[in-house]
Write a protein that binds this ligand. Structure first.
Ligand SMILES: *Cc1c(COP(=O)(O)O)cnc(C)c1O
Length: 391
């Protein structure tokens, strides 16, 4: 089966991890800050906080932004459930904003309308989580403008989008948001096995997330606030304080070493993904499918090559999907709308609430795309699409 995505590991990556295994520190060593520095520099953010997954990053980002019971978080239905679950972890309410069918990203007019309604009913969100679907950057500057008007925080889920940019601004620079989150799961653009990162330009948010990822505990005497703080510090190296209820969400040094090595190839990976995407777009132009469109001002990291069947019939979708799988093409659906999972239905969501995301899910196919994909593999995918999708 040709998978929809997979990692590309070089000998240098392996050497980098093995070096850590032979070193003094498997965790809390020098590779974690080195990887954080590499990501911060690359995406032009002041701070980067490494954690063990994007899911953890979303959780501590919400906590750092002050999300609590009684608050509301909004995201899109067209995402992985983690984009919404982070709100529930904090005891907040979760709601959704429908997508724009053209970009498959959060619809700005839908957001604006929902904000207007929410203001009149006194239920404005505390946090909005836009998702850069497939790597295509969201129109962050427009959401930023709305955030100034309505007073919410912006947490970008850029799990698909390290290496993407908009108007030359890298996704993750937080120019138009408070915090951005990346995932380094093996199907994403670069990998650490499991792993995630939160970037921000806000010193206070960065400090809060550093505390939250490691039990809420610090050894930094400038942060101490206990009774003994005065006596502590330089002369009491045994002393540390827990300042809030944190977690163990730390990234290991093996993971960070893999990240340091992988990020050196980020440009190459994004180029390869764009090359593969261009071949698909050329070769599939005659099929009755809608191909992904990247806006002029955007560079997409192409985490996914996402097409839409223009046949709307459910049986036809299933027939094509199953036939492709049978012929060794690891097509996937991104995403089953979050609000239609049984868990979310039990919270009161149902069919018909977010029609664009639902329509998207009934026609979307993610084709295999990954840097190591061979010409032969891509040709096989194209041949099988031609065989199974009727003109
Ligand atoms: C992969 C993914 C996540 C979760 O990432 P993990 O690192 O596996 O926790 C969250 N949101 C989106 C949009 C993703 O694609």
């Amino acid at each position: 089966m040709i998978p929809y995505g997979r990692q590309h590991i070089y000998q240098e990556d392996i050497d980098s991890v093995v070096d850590v295994l032979r070193s003094d520190f498997l965790t809390q060593g020098p590779m974690v800050p080195a990887f954080e520095q590499a990501v911060a520099t690359r995406v032009k953010a002041c701070h980067a906080v490494a954690v063990n997954s994007a899911t953890s990053a979303l959780h501590i980002a919400c906590l750092a932004l002050g999300l609590k019971p009684g608050d509301t978080l909004w995201t899109v239905p067209n995402s992985f459930p983690a984009s919404a679950n982070c709100g529930l972890y904090c005891g907040a309410r979760v709601d959704f904003v429908d997508i724009d069918p053209a970009t498959c990203n959060l619809s700005i007019p839908a957001l604006e309308a929902k904000l207007d309604f929410a203001r009149r009913h006194d239920c404005l969100p505390k946090i909005v989580v836009p998702v850069h679907f497939a790597g295509q950057p969201v129109e962050q500057e427009k959401i930023w403008q709305l955030s100034q008007q309505y007073g919410f925080a912006i947490l970008e889920d850029a799990s698909h989008a390290i290496g993407s940019s908009r108007h030359g601004e890298p996704v993750g620079s937080c120019r138009w948001s408070h915090i951005t989150v990346f995932s380094f799961h093996p199907v994403k653009i670069i990998t650490t096995g499991e792993g995630g990162m939160a970037t921000t330009n806000d010193d206070t948010l960065a400090q809060a997330m550093r505390l939250l990822r490691s039990h809420g505990i610090t050894r930094d005497s400038t942060l101490f606030r206990g009774q003994t703080a005065a006596q502590a510090g330089q002369s009491s190296p045994w002393y540390y304080e827990q300042l809030c209820l944190g977690f163990n969400y730390r990234m290991t040094d093996m993971e960070a070493a893999l990240g340091v090595s992988q990020i050196k190839r980020l440009d190459h990976f994004v180029q390869r993904r764009n090359d593969i995407s261009n071949v698909y777009s050329e070769q599939l132009a005659d099929l009755p499918v809608r191909l992904p469109h990247v806006a002029q001002e955007n560079v997409s990291a192409f985490h996914l090559y996402s097409i839409h069947l223009t046949t709307t019939c459910k049986d036809e979708y299933a027939r094509i999907f199953n036939a492709l799988r049978q012929d060794g093409i690891g097509v996937n659906l991104h995403y089953m709308p979050i609000h239609l999972h049984p868990f979310y239905r039990e919270l009161g969501f149902s069919e018909g609430m977010f029609p664009n995301a639902e329509k998207h899910a009934s026609t979307e196919l993610s084709l295999p795309i990954f840097p190591k994909m061979s010409q032969e593999e891509q040709l096989h995918v194209i041949t099988m699409l031609n065989k199974h999708i009727m003109r």
